[in-house]
Design a protein around this ligand. Structure first.
Ligand code: ADP
Ligand code: MG
Length: 257
């Protein structure tokens, strides 16, 4: 067991935001891809991020668990600044589950191993316990009967649900979803969205990049509209979809609705 310094301040649990971005800037060369982003996400909150391609949505998600560095500003998760590297980073990163458009499962490991190996490695769980938890999670996302197969033997919708189970196995404090259904055949989208709605209802803190308006209306507490690296608009889903304020948002919704 490691005894890393305890992350976090001693702010009262419920009041402090779980994820906080303060004046975050990120460039790729000359491209100012995140422009002074300020965003607080409360415990249990579900935030849907939408916006045109290239607006910085993926970079925002990737910055939150430090798959991308930022140039300046600060990002905290449960009060702790993500360290740059090393074991402390792995530990804190495990607090932030991420599900990508491409499912990114380990191709040569069984479904069960895909879900149970992370907790053994990073959380130092006992293998038997990790397997038990993995089976519970596979049950919950509806693919327990596939546990001994390889990822390629599953449909895209099933693989994405395994990816969600894998992220949940780390007992994350927040889950990030970056266009989790955009690589799926239409008939598989709902099985993944339903799993996500279930998580939202159970109180998971979630940041979801998606253009699935049905999901946003059902599950989001807040919609954030990004364009050109900026948060242009924030509203409840109801407000945003029925009465977008900015020209950019109106234009965008006109194209996708
Ligand atoms: P979105 O997810 O909203 O489509 P991204 O965050 O992926 O947007 O990208 C924002 C901008 O940054 C785009 O113009 C994209 O081409 C650029 N970009 C993303 N990743 C990189 C990278 N690793 N190197 C250079 N440019 C990048
Ligand atoms: Mg993206």
């Amino acid at each position: 067991m490691t005894s890393d310094t305890t992350p976090g301040t001693s702010a009262p649990e419920s009041a402090a935001p779980l994820v906080s971005l303060k004046n975050v800037n990120k460039h790729f060369g000359d491209l100012h891809v995140l422009q002074n982003i300020n965003l607080d996400i409360a415990r249990g909150e579900v935030v849907v991020v939408i916006g045109p391609s290239g607006s910085g949505k993926s970079t925002l998600c990737r910055a939150i668990n430090r798959l991308e560095t930022i140039d300046d500003g600060e990002i905290t998760v449960d009060g702790a600044v993500l360290p740059a590297e090393g074991r402390a980073l792995a530990k804190l990163r495990a607090d932030v589950g991420m599900v990508f458009q491409s499912f990114n499962l380990f191709a040569h490991k069984s479904i069960l191993d895909n879900v149970s190996l992370g907790p053994v490695k990073v959380r130092k769980s006992k293998p038997a316990e990790a397997k038990k938890l993995a089976m519970e999670l596979l049950e919950r996302v509806g693919v327990a009967n596939q546990a001994n197969k390889l990822p390629a033997q599953l449909s895209g919708g099933q693989q994405q649900r395994v990816a969600i189970a894998r992220a949940l196995a780390m007992k994350p404090k927040v889950m990030l979803f970056d266009e989790p259904t955009s690589a799926l055949d239409p008939e598989m989208i709902n099985e993944v969205l339903d799993t996500m709605v279930g998580l939202a209802k159970e109180g998971m803190t979630m940041v979801v990049v998606t253009h699935e308006m049905g999901f946003a209306r059902k599950a989001a507490d807040r919609v954030i509209f990004m364009a050109d690296g900026k948060i242009v608009e924030e509203a409840t889903p109801e407000e945003f979809f029925t009465n977008p304020k900015s020209g950019r948002a109106k234009d965008f919704l006109g194209k996708i609705l």
